[in-house]
Write a protein that binds this ligand. Structure first.
Ligand SMILES: Cc1cc2nc3c(=O)[nH]c(=O)nc-3n(C[C@H](O)[C@H](O)[C@H](O)COP(=O)(O)OP(=O)(O)OC[C@H]3O[C@@H](n4cnc5c(N)ncnc54)[C@H](O)[C@@H]3O)c2cc1C
Length: 464
């Protein structure tokens, strides 16, 4: 069994019906590859709109075994990428799309409430910070775009307020976005699974699609069965890099997480009690939040890089990287260095060139649609993704199928091995530059030059 996140260990209940792998031949109106947020939201939206539609979800592991059961649990809008949205969608559409992503944060909370999913949802806002002089001004471009477009989803905080609310004076500036929430991600994905089953969706876990026959109707081959389906939805996140049509549109990098043991008294001493989720302005971003039982969960993106479509065990856990993440956490919260680390894990991120998700028709085929590339921000955006994919799968002409994120041109990565080797070199440059800046030193010229190549899309960052 793969290494699991603490979230998933907490969420898996012995009362849940066992996963039943597909055996033999089956038929479906819609077959969905992938049982994470994207696949399950899509299944639920289809059944809400067309209860008679026969939907089957094929998941290679268990629902939530991928990124949806392992992430940091930040439910964020995409306002921080407004400039990119303008480039991709045009000025007028950008605002409408950004509003859809903003609404998605509340949609998650409302859905949990409606269906009795206790996913520890708290709308405490997101604090985007600077932890070194070099990071000051990181949000100037986004703020300028917001002002130009006449919206202001952020509040600028003083250094004192930022340090007080975040519990660390390593934060020397802060931009607060009230529309953000934290949640326990695996409780959400397992809750979605429960709702989907109740709506009549057939879910086969332990069922990897080994081959997708793209003719119409499509045939999905699995180790012990086949599904013939009129429509197919590809919602396989980073694993979609294995499909030839999407290979150069995604780069797979790791995001690594550690969590402390519960320490509610220490959080109270720090003064970090408002459920804020926090990230810094590094290219190799650090992100952190608290939990209901008083832990700090601390993550860092962009260290591991996949070659071709090889997403091996080092995308489940990497002890060396976990030690680096722990070190980064102790730089920001030095007073908790004595608190034991309770767990660590990691997962793959499906990075696109723009950092925005991509939706569309696979190879232009009307009956096979995809929604991938959430680029490390999928908890809330997958709500939008589910609506878009449901409309595409049902063939509905509406605001979701007409989204400018559908069938757009959002750029490609270079082919392998250039992509793999280039990403490693850039990552080293970024790491050295940011390490020097954290220590208050001047980074070398070569590190700065290499880090400048990062916006080519290898490393997660905000607006580009
Ligand atoms: C460590 C980490 C931290 C993150 N933190 C955050 C965060 O704080 N906030 C945020 O918004 N986002 C975060 N993300 C990103 C977020 O988790 C994802 O964007 C989101 O879960 C994507 O949902 P998904 O359904 O597309 O992917 P997944 O949940 O990965 O679902 C895809 C599923 O497809 C299955 N699959 C793959 N190939 C096949 C196949 N051939 N046949 C059958 N099944 C297959 C996989 O097993 C997987 O379960 C983080 C990601 C990671 C890894």
């Amino acid at each position: 069994m793969p290494h699991r996140s603490l979230w998933l260990d907490e969420a898996l209940s012995p009362d849940e019906p066992a996963a039943i792998p597909l055996e033999g031949a089956a038929r479906a109106d819609v077959a969905i590859m992938g049982g994470g947020y994207a696949g399950l939201w899509t299944a639920i939206r289809i059944k809400e709109r067309e209860p008679s539609c026969d939907v089957v979800v094929l998941e290679q592991d268990i629902c939530g075994g991928g990124a949806s059961g392992r992430n940091g649990g930040f439910a964020l809008s995409e306002w921080a990428k407004l400039g990119t949205l303008v480039q991709v969608c045009g000025r007028d559409n950008a605002l409408a799309v950004a509003k859809q992503f903003e609404d998605a944060v509340d949609d998650v909370g409302a859905f949990c409430e409606q269906h009795g999913i206790d996913a520890h949802y708290h709308r405490g806002g997101h604090l985007w910070t600077a932890t070194s002089q070099a990071q000051l001004g990181a949000w100037d471009g986004v703020m300028k775009t917001c002002r130009e477009l006449g919206v202001m989803p952020f509040e600028e905080w003083s250094a004192e307020e930022t340090a007080r609310r975040s519990g660390s004076d390593r934060h020397i500036a802060g931009l607060f976005e009230p529309t953000a929430a934290i949640l326990q991600p695996a409780l959400l994905v397992r809750g979605l699974r429960r709702v989907a089953l109740a709506l009549g969706v057939r879910i086969h876990e332990g069922t990897r699609v080994t081959r997708l026959d793209r003719r119409a109707p499509a045939v999905l081959h699995t180790p012990r069965g086949v599904v013939t389906a009129d429509r197919v939805v590809v919602a396989t996140n980073a694993w979609a890099v294995g499909l030839r049509e999407l290979h150069n549109r995604l780069a797979v990098i790791s995001s690594d997480i550690v969590t402390t043991a519960p320490m509610p008294d220490r959080l109270r001493e720090l003064g970090w009690t408002g459920h804020e989720c926090i990230s810094d302005s590094k290219l190799q971003i650090s992100y952190y939040r608290t939990t209901d039982d008083g832990r700090i969960v601390y993550g860092k993106g962009g260290w591991g890089i996949a070659l071709h479509d090889r997403i091996g065990p080092r995308f489940d856990r990497d002890e060396g990287r976990a030690r680096e993440v722990t070190r980064a956490m102790h730089e920001v919260y030095p007073t908790i260095a004595d608190v034991p680390i309770a767990a660590d894990w990691c997962g793959p991120i499906d990075r696109t060139r723009t950092g925005l998700p991509i939706f569309g028709h696979l190879g232009g085929r009307n009956h096979i649609v995809y929604g991938v590339g959430f680029s490390g921000n999928g908890v809330a955006p997958c709500v939008v993704g589910g609506r878009i994919l449901a409309s595409l799968a049902l063939g509905s002409a509406d605001e979701w199928s007409a989204s400018p994120l559908v069938d757009g041109t959002q750029g490609r990565f270079p082919p392998e091995p250039v992509r793999f080797l280039g990403a490693h070199v850039v990552r080293e440059g970024v790491a050295r530059k940011e390490e020097a800046e954290t220590l208050g030193r001047t980074p070398s010229r070569i590190a700065v030059a290499l880090a400048k190549l990062a916006p080519a899309g290898m490393i997660p960052k905000k607006d580009e």
